[in-house]
Design a protein around this ligand. Structure first.
Ligand code: HEC
Ligand code: HEC
Ligand code: HEC
Length: 391
């Protein structure tokens, strides 16, 4: 099975879209707590992980720091802020010094966003997005996380010490989406690439310094990621004025909702939680979150992957609905092709080979929003479904 995404939508193509506030802020856990509240764990920085007997050694299970340091784009996220392109984006948004501005470092150099009280050691901001941005600040778990099951210290024990459960698709999606979906509207207008969150492809595209746990499924990760993306976008809408003021947000939300509605019953037989959520963003937010948690806990089977694939493949008639505005259909197509890519990546390679040409054509047709042609896309999707052997 391949894992890396075969196709990508052109970066920045959907750059006409935008959002208002970054959401979950998992990289910003520092609040001022009252005396009775527990203090939030502090950060140590990646050098505490780098020794050769820990994660900076040779060999597959010991080389996470080396992988990240040498290959991972997160390692260089801070240097991006020194590029001419960043200076341009920042200038257009009225920001003088992007490398030191809170609005940029929050995602590109989260160490720089950690206040003094959150540091247990000197933090190097040039690390970019480092270990603790994903695995959680390590003060509480650093000493015990090296113990083994044999020593009576289980994975569950490590999690309760504060290590983040990134093996769980729901927890992982919450971690990545915080930096991978919402960029403020003015930054997008200033030229920042539009972000489209898709958990499975983005997990596969990051140079992998881990082994996925037994029973992990790319198809499940895809679905959970879409549900978390919907929850986040619905949250923005539920904020009212700030979220709703962006007239492009609803189309994006509608597309995510659609892709989940179309596929929900394939993994939750008879289930219509998202379908029956009603139009209120707050209700949709709650339903999407519920389904994301539930889907992350499903024991996954190949039948479920095939079910999702066939539901999407059989949706050609949607693209011939005269009442649905073309921009909404274009966004549905965008979500659909990314989904097909992930579901095929999780399927038998022979199946993928059978539909390769048809999938390429769908990506071509979904690539350009202003040029989106629903009738051509619908016809191509029918050809895809036939090649796949769907109904
Ligand atoms: C603290 C913010 C932050 C978190 C958390 C984060 N990323 Fe990123 N990620 C970034 C930034 C910033 C970039 C762009 C780096 C650059 O080019 O400067 C990026 C780039 C990437 C890229 C390469 C560009 C692309 O979209 O293909 C991948 C893949 C990626 N991240 C995957 C992930 C995954 C998977 C997770 C969760 C396990 C994650 N990221 C969590 C900030 C974050
Ligand atoms: C919400 C998180 C977030 C914020 C805030 C953010 N970025 Fe980014 N930025 C990203 C991610 C994620 C990418 C990678 C996008 C991709 O490759 O698909 C990125 C990509 C970029 C790129 C393009 C890199 C390339 O290789 O093409 C530049 C330049 C950039 N950001 C600069 C900035 C600047 C300057 C600011 C502040 C004004 C900023 N970013 C704020 C998350 C963020
Ligand atoms: C962009 C997010 C991200 C960053 C940054 C990151 N990791 Fe990870 N890491 C993950 C994910 C996702 C997994 C897979 C889930 C798991 O095994 O816990 C993982 C897994 C691991 C594992 C378990 C390996 C296995 O096969 O079981 C180790 C150890 C690890 N990371 C160490 C590190 C170290 C050390 C750094 C910094 C040098 C780092 N990680 C940086 C996301 C990240």
């Amino acid at each position: 099975m391949r894992s890396k995404p075969l196709y990508r939508l052109k970066a920045g193509f959907f750059a006409s879209l935008c959002f208002v506030v970054p959401v979950l802020g998992i990289q910003l856990p520092f609040r001022v707590f009252g005396a009775e509240e527990p203090r939030v764990p502090r950060y140590l920085g990646s050098l505490s992980c780098a020794s050769s007997s820990c994660h900076g050694g040779a060999g597959e299970r010991r080389d996470q720091w080396i992988q990240w340091n040498g290959k991972d784009v997160h390692r260089r996220a801070n240097s991006t802020l020194n590029l001419a392109r960043s200076t341009q984006i920042a200038a257009a948004a009225g920001i003088a010094d992007p490398a030191n501005h809170a609005r940029c470092v929050v995602c590109h150099a989260p160490n720089a966003a950690v206040p003094e009280a959150g540091r247990l050691a000197a933090l190097d901001r040039t690390e970019g997005v480092s270990c603790e941005a994903c695995h959680a600040p390590s003060e509480t778990w650093i000493r015990t996380h090296t113990r083994t099951e044999k020593e009576g210290f289980t994975y569950a024990n490590k999690l309760s010490a504060g290590l983040r459960d990134l093996q769980n698709a729901y927890v992982r999606a919450n971690t990545c989406v915080a930096c991978h979906q919402h960029v403020d509207r003015d930054l997008i207008q200033a030229g920042h690439p539009e972000l489209i969150f898709e958990l499975d492809g983005q997990s596969a595209a990051e140079p992998r310094h881990w082994k996925e746990p037994a029973g992990a499924s790319g198809a499940r990760a895809w679905w959970v990621g879409q549900a978390v993306a919907l929850r986040e976008i619905a949250w923005h809408q539920a904020q009212g004025a700030a979220g709703a003021a962006d007239d492009r947000n609803p189309a994006r939300m509608a597309a995510l909702r659609w892709v989940l509605e179309v596929t929900e019953a394939a993994i939750f037989p008879g289930g219509t939680v998202i379908h029956s959520a009603g139009p209120e963003p707050a209700a949709l937010q709650a339903s999407a979150d519920q389904r994301a948690r539930e889907a992350a806990g499903l024991t996954w089977t190949p039948v479920m992957t095939a079910g999702l694939l066939h539901q999407l493949a059989d949706s050609a008639t949607t693209f011939r609905h005269p009442e649905i505005p073309v921009p909404v259909l274009a966004r549905r197509a965008e979500r659909l092709v990314l989904g097909l890519d992930r579901l095929l990546a999780a399927s038998d390679p022979k199946l993928e080979a059978k539909v390769e040409q048809e999938l390429k054509e769908l990506f071509r047709l979904a690539q350009s929003l202003p040029d989106f042609n629903p009738a051509a896309f619908s016809a191509a999707l029918e050809r895809f479904a036939r090649a796949l052997g769907a109904s």
